[in-house]
Design a binder for this molecule. Structure first.
Ligand code: NDP
Ligand code: 8X3
Length: 248
């Protein structure tokens, strides 16, 4: 039977690559995001396998309206990929905007738990799965990571807690924690600074959206008795550094 995946944030990066990969492998794909033109582009490319659902993940009414008006063939959601998210700003805490902190929390935390809560009954009924996109920033703090890292630590711990709560239901839950991957992420983070974005990835040979899509597809298609709890991945050229020490 055809399976259905709902991927939040399918207009770019990991989400768009995953929409393509799942559709190419015979899944029905619901792709979400605010940019309707991008979702229409995927619809043109992927045809009947793709349903565009345009909404802002921070708007609960819009989420509900989109879920209630799903075409019949897309109603039975087997897999929720909570991917929509963003970082805003690279400054240490005193130089940040509170509004940007609130947007990160509204998107990466409140939006993610809202859509998850609304889809839980369907996912339980279908013994489905949830894959949440956290980040290496969930585990490793870095200067300027402040609230972004905090939101991703929430995503990681929420995933593990959800898995615990869903014991006995057959629903699988996974936290995927990537390091540097070249997408629109750094453009968004820097307010559209292409030079900064290009500079960050230059010479790194970073992860690609296709790498992440392949990982998500692998997790989603493991035998039903296997659960990947959490999976951290980085490009070979990214690793760990020491603590910073301020000397007076
Ligand atoms: P992109 O900026 O390329 O894509 C982000 C996606 O999130 C877009 O589709 C965007 O859609 C969507 N999105 C953002 N805000 C909202 C909103 N308010 N409502 C609906 N959709 C929203 O970044 P990535 O593909 O890199 O990021 C995907 C996820 O991966 C994020 O959660 C990010 O934190 C995480 N991540 C990224 C890493 C990286 O190095 N790139 C590493 C680790 C984790 P639209 O703007 O159309 O609404
Ligand atoms: C994005 C990866 O290292 O820029 O989640 O925080 S990082």
């Amino acid at each position: 039977m055809t399976k259905t995946v709902l991927i939040t944030g399918a207009t770019a990066g990991f989400g768009a690559a995953s929409a393509r990969l799942f559709a190419q492998n015979g899944w029905n794909v619901i792709g979400t995001g605010r940019r309707a033109d991008r979702l229409q582009g995927l619809k043109d490319e992927l045809g009947d396998a793709f349903h565009p659902a345009v909404f802002d993940i921070t708007d609960e009414e819009a989420i509900l309206a989109a879920l209630e008006t799903l075409p019949e063939t897309f109603k039975g959601i087997d897999l929720l990929i909570n991917n929509a998210g963003l970082a805003l700003g690279t400054a240490p805490a005193p130089g940040t905007k509170l509004s940007e902190w609130k947007t990160m929390i509204a998107t990466n935390v409140t939006g993610l738990v809202t859509i998850t809560h609304h889809l839980l009954p369907t996912l339980i009924e279908r013994k489905g799965a949830v894959i949440n996109i956290a980040s290496v920033a969930a585990t490793y703090p870095y200067t300027g990571g402040n609230v972004y890292g905090g939101t991703k630590a929430f995503v990681r711990q929420f995933s593990l807690g959800l898995r615990s709560d869903l014991s006995g239901t057959g629903v699988r839950v996974t936290s995927i924690e990537p390091g540097m991957c070249e997408t629109e992420f750094t453009l968004v983070r820097t307010g559209g600074n292409k030079e900064a974005s290009d500079g960050l990835y230059r010479g790194v040979n970073p992860l690609t959206p296709a790498d992440i899509a392949g990982t998500l597809y692998w997790v989603a298609t493991l035998p039903a008795h296997m659960n990947v709890n959490a999976l951290e991945l980085m490009p070979v050229n990214q690793s760990f550094a020491g603590f910073q020490v301020f000397r007076e």
